[in-house]
Design a protein around this ligand. Structure first.
Ligand code: MG
Length: 338
């Protein structure tokens, strides 16, 4: 159970799922067999998922170590790292339009609530959020607020916020040793508990003002309800999923945040102790394969650590130094806290 395992797991999943993102399920099965790809793709290259997760991770590393996060400096750092990603020559890995549009507005100096794409709940919101779940020394309310804030900078939809919160907590709970069988009930319970909690100290008093919502509570409730619904579908699917079927047939294609979470969780829950099989399953999907596999990798890596993956993968993956740095700092923090 390590932060390093989760950071690398995310990149491994992203890399395994990179070639299959825009392939149909039947095509993937024809090329790789029903279990999907079993190795990193050519060159160890990852996509925007890992690049943006590193942006979030490095914004966190910019904050003073061993203390709670503060809203203003973290917001500034996240925007800085997102903009650096947006203009980087390496930003050529099929990035999401919502992220590009919002970063365009942020780069032009718009305040983030105006730059945010409020109608979007694309999985760009939560594919990059798992580093927040790995942070030692912060209370749960900070994890929630920061997870939702990093989503809101680009994806302002309530469901993007709730799904990002759940994705961060799934990672955190697995890192802290929660049994996979307890994970889904805990996430569903969180949907109930948090249903009307709007983190105004993190999100401000403007984001919630959208048509048909009369209060911050009413705004965020819609997001938690949508997440609760897909987790309900997942609970049924996870009872006895057919390994020959496309996981997206059960819980959705994952282009939107709550489906990316649910389908990644399904793949993880099918093979919670077999990291390579979990990633293969997640990459063999008709939907947003790299994001689904990245999240499944972050979950299985948080649970098992980097040693559970093939021994040559860490040295073959792109950005290995940056992944190792973030994971190393946080693992040391968890050790000190223990
Ligand atoms: Mg991608």
């Amino acid at each position: 159970m390590t932060a390093t395992g989760s950071m690398f797991g995310l990149a491994f999943g992203d890399c395994v799922g990179k070639p299959t993102e825009f392939q149909r399920f039947e095509e993937i099965v024809r090329l790789y067999g029903p279990a999907g790809p079993k190795d990193l793709s050519q060159g160890g290259y990852v996509t925007d998922d890992t690049q943006m997760a590193l942006a979030v991770a490095e914004a966190l590393l910019d904050q003073p170590e061993g203390t709670d996060l503060a809203v203003e400096p973290l917001t500034g750092s996240l925007i800085e790292h997102f903009l650096a990603w947006a203009i980087s020559p390496d930003n050529n890995r099929a990035p999401g339009m919502t992220c590009l549009r919002a970063c365009g507005h942020l780069g032009n100096g718009l305040p983030w609530p105006e730059a945010s794409q409020r109608g979007s709940k694309g999985c760009g919101a939560n594919m990059r959020v798992t580093p927040i779940g790995l942070l030692p020394h912060v209370p749960d309310t900070t994890v929630a607020g920061a997870a939702q804030l990093q989503a809101a900078l680009t994806h302002g939809h309530a469901t993007a916020l709730a799904a990002s919160d759940l994705t961060a907590f799934a990672t955190r709970w697995l890192l802290r040793g929660m049994a996979p069988s307890d994970l889904l009930p805990a996430l569903r319970e969180r949907c109930q508990e948090q249903r009307r909690v709007y983190h105004g100290d993190w999100l401000g008093d403007d984001l919630w003002r959208v048509p048909l919502r009369d209060s911050p509570e009413e705004f965020i409730e819609h997001g938690w309800v949508e997440c609760g619904m897909v987790l309900g579908v997942l609970a049924k699917a996870a009872e006895n999923p057919d390994p020959a079927l496309d996981p997206c047939d059960y819980t959705g294609e994952g282009w939107i945040a709550e489906e990316a979470l649910a389908t990644a969780l399904l793949c993880f829950l099918m093979y919670p102790d077999e990291p390579v099989r979990a990633l293969g399953r997640a990459a063999a999907t008709g939907g947003d394969s790299d994001s689904i596999a990245a999240l499944a990798g972050a979950f299985v890596g948080a649970r098992h650590g980097i040693e559970a993956f093939p021994s040559d993968w860490p040295e073959r993956i792109e950005y290995r130094d940056r992944l190792a740095r973030a994971g190393g700092v946080w693992d040391a923090g968890w050790e000190r806290a223990a």
